[in-house]
Design a protein around this ligand. Structure first.
Ligand code: ZN
Length: 400
């Protein structure tokens, strides 16, 4: 184990992060000469957090890193795919399925689920937030609320979900973007005054870093905005309101006032809010004039998606526990309304959606006997494809 309470990569590969009952099952299989049966195991969820009607699937990249080299086939939705837990007939949607001798991946059920459940929850929440923000910017600032060992995974998931910027240095490196940040309250406190902090911030940091002043440390937001404008001049890109909840009163009204006071003084800067931002409170703030949102815990601590792994076929025959749908399936999705239709594996013709559009097969083969059959696309490409789907996804929480 590491010095921190985290598993190493080696621990995960050796099955040390798995639930012990899989290790025990393996002992029994070995004693009785079983476990070599070829099975199909599906990953499905029966529901989504917050009564969501769709989720965004991610985590495949880590799944591949674990399974490459094992004698198994893996079919999966591409990362960043919008999925629905069930199709139009109520059949559970497999987001991935594995095929091969059960004993080859039995002990990996726990880590495989871990790779997709929490990250997909984060991506789904980020997509809901981005849907609410529309053309306004969304910055992921929430890694501090979760274990640092998973910070890169959190920001990668948030980015695929549609966050425009991420704050984690290692996460941004992995995604291939520059990390984004504003300034901490500690800067103003150490300098003793917002003016001095803003001036030093402007003086020291390289020119290509956008000047975003945090304007709620000691004084009123409008007053600190004027101070930032004084100190930074026309290089002031934005002001961030992280107003503490004890002083908040009505954040929408504070934003309206700051916006007005900037306008009458000719201060041309964007307004950014942070602190408790989510898909429900973003729309009215956007209407009031906020152009970027710093989202934290709502995304990083997003509710996990309860995917489960279940055997649905054994030695080519349908076999599933109660509540699951047996047999290997082809998964089709309507490219327009994103409705799903899950059909038996031997289906050849793509079905037509009730909206009249021909549906598309969604599961792609990623591993053949452990050998990769597809390239891993850049994260920016996953994000772009996700956003095209998000534009078509319904957002009932934005209505009424
Ligand atoms: Zn359709």
């Amino acid at each position: 184990m590491n010095a921190f309470h985290t598993a190493s990569e080696d621990d995960i590969r050796k099955g040390r992060t798995t639930d012990v009952y899989f290790k025990n099952a393996m002992k029994i299989f070995e004693a009785k000469g079983l476990g070599g049966e070829s099975v199909v195991a599906e990953f499905t969820t029966t529901s989504l957090p917050e009564d969501g009607t769709w989720g965004v699937f991610v985590g495949l990249d880590d799944v591949l890193s674990l399974l490459e080299g094992l004698p198994v086939d893996l079919y999966s939705l591409p990362e960043g795919t919008i999925f629905r837990p069930r199709d139009t007939q109520g059949v559970l949607t497999p987001v991935m399925f594995l095929e091969g001798p059960y004993k080859e991946f039995c002990i990996y059920e726990t880590p495989l689920l871990g790779f997709i459940c929490h990250p997909s929850g984060i991506t789904t929440k980020a997509a809901r937030v981005k849907k609410a923000a529309g053309d306004a910017g969304v910055m992921s600032f929430g890694i501090r609320r979760m274990h640092p060992a998973i910070a890169p995974s959190i920001d990668r998931s948030a980015y695929v979900g549609g966050c425009d910027a991420i704050s984690c240095i290692a996460g941004a490196e992995e995604v291939g973007v520059e990390p984004t940040g504003t300034m901490p309250h500690s800067l103003t406190i150490i300098f003793g005054s917002p003016e001095d902090a803003f001036r030093a911030y402007h003086e020291v940091l390289p020119e290509d870093i956008k000047r975003i002043a945090l304007v709620d440390t000691y004084h009123d937001e409008t007053l600190e905005t004027f101070m930032a404008s004084e100190a930074v001049g026309d290089k002031l890109y934005g002001v961030r309101l992280d107003t503490p909840s004890s002083r908040r009163g009505d954040l929408i009204k504070i934003v309206q006032e700051v916006k007005w006071e900037m306008e009458v003084r000719g201060i041309d800067a964007t307004i950014i809010t942070s602190g408790g931002m989510n898909e429900y409170n973003i729309p009215p703030l956007k209407k009031a004039g906020v152009t970027s949102f710093g989202v934290g815990t709502s995304v990083s601590n997003a509710r996990t998606i309860n995917f489960a792994m279940d055997i649905v076929e054994k030695e080519g025959e349908p076999a599933a526990k109660r509540g699951k749908f047996s047999g290997k399936k082809k998964v089709f999705r309507c490219p327009e309304c994103l409705a799903y239709k899950n059909l038996p594996w031997n289906t050849t013709a793509a079905p037509t959606c009730t909206c009249g559009v021909e549906m598309e097969p969604m599961l792609k083969r990623y591993l053949r006997k452990g050998v990769p059959t597809k390239e891993r696309p850049p994260v920016s490409e996953l994000r772009n494809k996700q956003l095209l789907q998000l534009a078509k996804a319904e957002a009932p929480w934005l209505e009424g």
